[in-house]
Design a protein around this ligand. Structure first.
Ligand SMILES: C[S@@+](CC[C@H](N)C(=O)[O-])C[C@H]1O[C@@H](n2cnc3c(N)ncnc32)[C@H](O)[C@@H]1O
Length: 322
């Protein structure tokens, strides 16, 4: 398609977006108008980038399609709206993500989104151009108590300014300069923002040794219900990830039989018993280990096990023997 028909298509799209539905109540209409204004602005930004040759025709078409999706469907599937933020971010601090990560974020972090969402304290390791920090800041909104970025590049300190943007809890965005492999960085974070964190997201160097070292330090900082999230797992660094889930590197390995792995520990039924097992420290502490394409998510148990034990119970009074 040449640029003229594209411009016409954009004009029609803008007209469609702007067409107000007068049948709805005022608060709903106002919210919808605000969303429409965002969409119109994002469409215009994308069109400018296309005109300047920064976006290809294909990229422009994809962004447009994403922005014009019916909002009710998007909101139901994605209460936090991370993907929508990404698509709107045609101009501004850069953010670089595999697209399938957004639905993983929705699954793992959505309890912190929206009015009445759980408070969120987050560490993001590797913040580069700042766009991802800005996304957490905006999408967690007033639920965001503290966001701490960690990076080796001193110029990333600039992203603390997101904590002064409208809609932010003033000054809740911080950056610590240092390596993710340096325990002193996390000691500093722990001293400045005590009480633990709900999300630790490792998008730093992606070096195997760093992923492992960081996990061993930062898992301890997660509070109950928190999620440890490792991105960009590849064949080069998956050894570290396997060490985390498959080797004796888990910080609580001390509570498990010598030589066992975290998976051994999760599946352990050491008493071979029916129907009550004293959990080992991993069963006690890990709610789940979840593998997404190129991502590992480990959730710290929030609700203690019933009676502090792994238990099987029967209900019902009719049984087929086996
Ligand atoms: C993949 S980028 C982060 C992208 C960003 N999270 C986003 O979504 O757009 C990786 C970042 O990790 C930082 N980094 C590299 N090695 C590091 C280390 N040892 N400790 C902390 N940060 C590191 C780099 O400076 C870079 O800014």
């Amino acid at each position: 398609m040449t640029r003229k028909p594209l411009a016409l298509a954009l004009a029609l799209a803008l007209a469609w977006v702007s067409a107000a539905d007068d049948q709805v109540h005022a608060p709903v209409r106002n919210r919808r108008k605000a969303m429409e204004a965002d969409t119109v602005k994002a469409l215009r930004d994308a069109k400018s980038l296309f005109d300047e040759g920064i976006l290809s025709e294909q990229e422009f078409k994809e962004q447009k399609a994403e922005l014009l999706q019916p909002k009710a469907t998007v909101a139901a599937a994605a209460p936090c709206g991370f993907r929508a933020f990404f698509e709107r971010n045609a101009a501004g601090p850069g953010i670089h993500k595999w697209l399938h990560y957004f639905s993983a974020y929705e699954q793992e972090f959505s309890r912190h989104c929206g009015a009445g969402g759980a408070p969120a304290k987050m560490i993001e390791i590797g913040i580069q151009s700042g766009g991802s920090m800005r996304m957490w800041r905006e999408r967690f909104g007033q639920n965001l108590e503290v966001l701490v970025g960690v990076d080796i590049q001193p110029n990333t300190k600039a992203w603390e300014r997101f904590g002064d943007e409208p809609g932010s809890r003033p000054g809740n965005v911080h950056v610590e300069i240092g390596s993710q492999a340096d325990p002193a960085v996390f000691d500093r974070i722990n001293a400045k923002y005590p009480g633990g964190f709900d999300i630790v997201l490792d998008d730093g160097s992606h070096a195997a040794a760093h992923i492992l070292a960081t996990f061993q330090i930062a898992w301890k900082l997660l509070r109950p219900g928190g999620v440890y999230f490792i991105e960009d797992i590849t064949k080069e660094n998956r050894r570290a990830v396997h060490d985390i889930i498959l080797s004796a590197s888990h910080p609580h390995e001390g509570g498990v039989r010598k030589g066992s792995t975290v998976l051994d520990a999760l599946y352990d039924n050491k008493e071979g018993a029916c129907c009550k097992i004293t959990p080992n420290s991993v069963q006690h502490e890990v709610e789940y280990v979840k593998m997404y394409p190129m991502i590992l998510a480990i959730k710290k148990r929030e609700t203690p096990l019933d009676g502090g034990a792994l238990q099987a119970k029967r209900r019902g009074d009719k049984w087929i023997p086996y």
